[in-house]
Design a protein around this ligand. Structure first.
Ligand SMILES: NC(=O)C1=CN([C@@H]2O[C@H](COP(=O)(O)OP(=O)(O)OC[C@H]3O[C@@H](n4cnc5c(N)ncnc54)[C@H](O)[C@@H]3O)[C@@H](O)[C@H]2O)C=CC1
Ligand SMILES: O=C(O)CCC(=O)C(=O)O
Length: 493
């Protein structure tokens, strides 16, 4: 799937590769330039490193199990590599290689200076006790650490399917207690860790927040949205169905609501809820947190058959569970006008072609769900800077603002001859008083999502891609990686 999308974008770029390099490589003739271009394209297309681990873990009942784990490094044009760790029985070598490639394109598309990685452990976490999960995570991490596969400057894992801040804390602690003992940047070995251990406020919600803001950015572009029949610009009043109510799905739901949309459906692996008047998202999140499942929630009607909810009428469908959910065999049943990909790879290439021909707008994963890695980048910077965002600025900014108001009051008194006591508005005063790292993270994330969204729309226009934002995102990503490799040179030794 990832290879197909890559080659489709390379085809769209076509002669632009030569146009980009003609000036720089004017001494090379056409043949030599083409040789260089095709070498760089091949370098991007390959996944040069993947490790497959097998290690024993003693379970609570005294038996040993041989656990399989993987970690893949895709494009090393920038380091460290970056990508999540998932726990899933579906994980295998090909899957982590594909997901690592997707991470390279995601980071490049969204101007995050990392290469792409992904890892996984082939287990169903529901089948293990907390103690067993900790032992598996620590052993997997230690194997990667001692082989120099992960590290703050090498490759920095984060949460993905079935992993969370608790798992990241175990990975970090394993490093801190072993080879990371002398590494002053040791907390930067993972992102998505608990706040008390150096995590960043806003990472847990970042992917979902990014999905909602990405959809808003695209929907606000009236000229672009005109291409989709029956879709009005803007987010207000849009109806949304979400598949998967985990980290990405639940926080997407929260932010779509904040932006004025209405969540009419939520589909989980064992139950679905539907209410055309809007579901109570906060209540559902509370229920899910308390019961570790949505099943049993009494605040809305169950939808039957539960796995068909994604085919219901809505403006925006958010697949936020696993890959290959929408495929050739079911794509023609989709009635949504827009699909915002919270999950990685939820649409197969054959389904993608079908949906494009039906003028269903797809906001692609490498843009839509990049909020997570964007804020992971902020967390990594916080780790290597050893200071939280705002700690060195907030006090200074507060004093500056106070002085600004005093200065304005003095000037007004001089000009008008009488004292006028100008004060910050109550919302401005509250913002100054309560400013936190979360505000900096949230504003920076929203700004980044807006900027990249506009870049994608511009690329779609430049390369005459119509509404095909996936190819536009891959084109942007490939061109950025291409230029980085070209500038770095091809002859390492
Ligand atoms: N966590 C993150 O920061 C990021 C995650 N992603 C992607 O988003 C997707 C979801 O990841 P997370 O939310 O982190 O995982 P998660 O494990 O927190 O949540 C996944 C949810 O989907 C549900 N689910 C699984 N199979 C399902 C099915 N067939 N139908 C309906 N629901 C199903 C699970 O029960 C669970 O509630 C994955 O594709 C992941 O790679 C992408 C970017 C960042
Ligand atoms: O936050 C990160 O570093 C990576 C998140 C991830 O695995 C993804 O975007 O698919």
């Amino acid at each position: 799937m990832v290879g197909y999308n890559f080659h489709r974008a390379v085809g769209a770029i076509g002669e632009n590769f030569e146009d980009e390099t003609r000036k720089k490589w004017f001494r090379l003739d056409h043949k030599e330039r083409c040789r260089r271009i095709s070498t760089i394209v091949k370098m991007i297309d390959t996944c040069p490193a993947v490790v497959h681990l097998q290690f024993p873990v003693k379970m609570d009942d005294g038996n040993y199990e041989i656990i399989q784990g993987y970690r893949a490094h895709h494009c090393g044009h920038r380091v460290p590599y970056k990508g999540g760790i998932r726990f899933s029985t579906h994980i295998n070598q090909n899957e982590v290689m594909a997901l690592a490639a997707l991470m390279s394109y995601k980071c490049a598309c969204c101007d995050i200076p990392f290469g792409g990685a992904k890892g996984g452990v082939s287990i169903d976490p529901k089948a293990y006790s907390e103690r067993e999960l900790e032992k598996i995570t620590r052993r997997y991490s230690y194997e990667l650490i001692k082989k120099h596969v992960i590290g703050p400057a090498i490759d920095v894992p984060a949460p993905d399917v079935n992993t969370d801040p608790r798992v990241m804390a175990w990975v970090m602690d394993t490093y801190l207690r072993t080879t990371g003992v002398n590494d002053i940047d040791n907390v930067a070995i993972v992102t998505g860790k608990p706040i008390i251990l150096g995590g960043i406020l806003g990472r847990e919600d970042a992917t979902g927040q990014g999905v909602a803001y990405a959809a808003q950015t695209i929907l606000e572009d009236e000229a672009f949205i005109q291409q989709i029949d029956g879709l009005k610009p803007g987010m207000t009043g849009k109806t949304v169905i979400i598949q998967g109510f985990g980290n990405v799905g639940a926080s997407s739901a929260k932010y779509f609501c904040q932006l004025g949309a209405k969540i009419i459906g939520v589909q989980e692996y064992n139950v679905s809820y539907y209410d055309p008047n809007g579901l109570k998202v906060d209540e559902m999140i509370e229920y899910q947190t308390e019961h570790k499942t949505l099943k049993g929630y009494q605040g809305a009607k169950e939808f039957q058959p539960f796995h068909d909810l994604i085919f219901e009428n809505c403006d925006i469908l958010v697949p936020a569970a696993v890959e290959k959910i929408i495929k050739k065999s079911n794509a023609d049943r989709i009635k949504a006008k827009v699909i915002a990909e919270g999950a990685n790879g939820p649409i197969t290439p054959a389904a993608d072609v079908l949906l494009l021909s039906k003028k269903i707008l797809i906001i692609p994963d490498i843009y839509a769900n990049a909020g997570g890695v964007t804020v992971s980048f902020f967390e990594w910077l916080k780790g290597i800077n050893h200071v939280s965002w705002g700690r060195l600025q907030f006090g200074y900014e507060k004093e500056n603002t106070k002085m600004l108001f005093e200065s304005m009051n003095e000037s007004l008194k001089d000009a008008l001859g009488k004292a006028i006591d100008m004060q910050p508005s109550s919302s401005f005063a509250r913002r100054l008083k309560e400013a936190s790292e979360r505000d900096i993270v949230s504003s920076s994330l929203n700004e980044s999502v807006r900027e990249i969204g506009n870049e994608l729309i511009a690329a779609a226009k430049k390369y005459r891609l119509g509404t095909d934002l996936r190819t536009a995102a891959f084109v942007n990503a490939i061109m950025k990686i291409f230029k980085t490799i070209d500038e770095s040179g091809l002859n390492y030794f």
